[in-house]
Design a protein around this ligand. Structure first.
Ligand code: PMP
Length: 285
């Protein structure tokens, strides 16, 4: 089945979908994105993703090209046209094509809107979630506005490849001796029953999954401390996990080559994954 892609209001076969070489998304990484997971053909945590899209666009002074209702309709059409049961909808909005390259942008240029889907059968019941993942620590080389979900992803891509080269699955990024977050997820540890994750600031992306897990942990009477934690604390943790729209709650079983606990996903991570998935399915649109 040919994948159907959305470009500026049109739905096209992916080999027909085109964007200008002068698009500022291509030349300058001048654009933002969102990734929404799909479970049972429905959009998970959708209002949160739309709210963050609005904040990212606002921070870059790009006009939001659609209302929330329009975004929902476009997303639903993408899920429908591509027959997605479990997977992702990727959305990107750039500052568009001013017709030439210049650092200064031209006001009033229409943003470029692109959406595509990724089918991932078994996303919720993944073997990775049963076994857990291994992470290493690497320096955080990203810019200082990580709260804006821009498409400039070279530093995290390099870190991810370095992690793979070292036989791990992902990297946790360190700045001033403290972990900021994973390459494409928020980082959490559990020690003596207390759950720790870095607080919100411009240093990290404000994960939509993170927010849901904070809420669900509080409802389940679990204690969450929002503060930075060090690589030493992480290596000495009882458990660890990451959260993101595509991984949900993903247990971490090894940090810098050292096993956490018995090297199996811990009870807090397993429980949070279970209640997150239950809540995500129930609230999906
Ligand atoms: N941090 C970073 C750097 C990310 O790229 C992501 C995923 N896009 C996250 C955190 C998790 O955010 P969310 O739960 O909204 O997917």
């Amino acid at each position: 089945m040919t994948r159907i892609v959305h470009v500026n209001g049109d739905e096209l076969a992916e080999d027909q979908a085109k964007v200008s070489v002068f698009d500022r998304g291509f030349l300058m990484a001048d654009g933002v994105y969102e990734v929404t997971s799909v479970l049972g053909g429905k959009l998970v945590d959708f209002p949160g993703h739309l709210a963050r899209l609005g904040r990212s666009l606002g921070a870059l002074k790009i006009a939001n090209p659609h209302t929330d209702e329009e975004w929902l309709a476009i997303h639903r059409r993408m899920v429908e046209s591509n027959g997605i049961d479990e997977g992702l909808v990727y959305l990107q909005v750039t500052r568009g094509n001013p017709g030439d390259r210049d650092f200064a942008w031209v006001e009033g240029v229409a943003p470029t809107v692109v959406l595509f889907t990724q089918s991932k059968p078994g996303l919720a019941d993944s073997p990775q979630a049963r076994d857990g993942i291994r992470v290493i620590m690497l320096p955080d080389l990203r810019w200082r506005r990580r709260d804006i979900k821009t498409v400039q992803l070279l530093a995290p891509s390099l870190a991810k490849m370095e992690a793979k080269a070292q036989g791990a699955d992902d990297a946790w990024l360190i700045e001033e001796g403290v972990i900021t977050e994973g390459t494409s997820n928020n980082a959490w540890i559990v020690k003596d029953g207390r759950i720790v994750t870095r607080g919100l600031s411009t240093d990290i992306l404000h994960g939509i999954t993170r927010a849901a897990v904070m809420r669900l942990a509080a409802e389940a009477q679990m204690t969450v401390e929002e503060r930075g934690f060090t690589p030493e604390e992480a290596r000495a943790a009882d458990e660890a996990f990451v959260t993101s729209a595509s991984a949900f709650v993903m247990p971490v079983v090894e940090i810098d080559g050292a096993r956490l606990g018995d090297g199996r996903p811990g009870p807090v991570a397993r429980r949070l994954r279970e209640i997150y998935l239950e809540d995500a399915r129930a609230s999906a649109l």
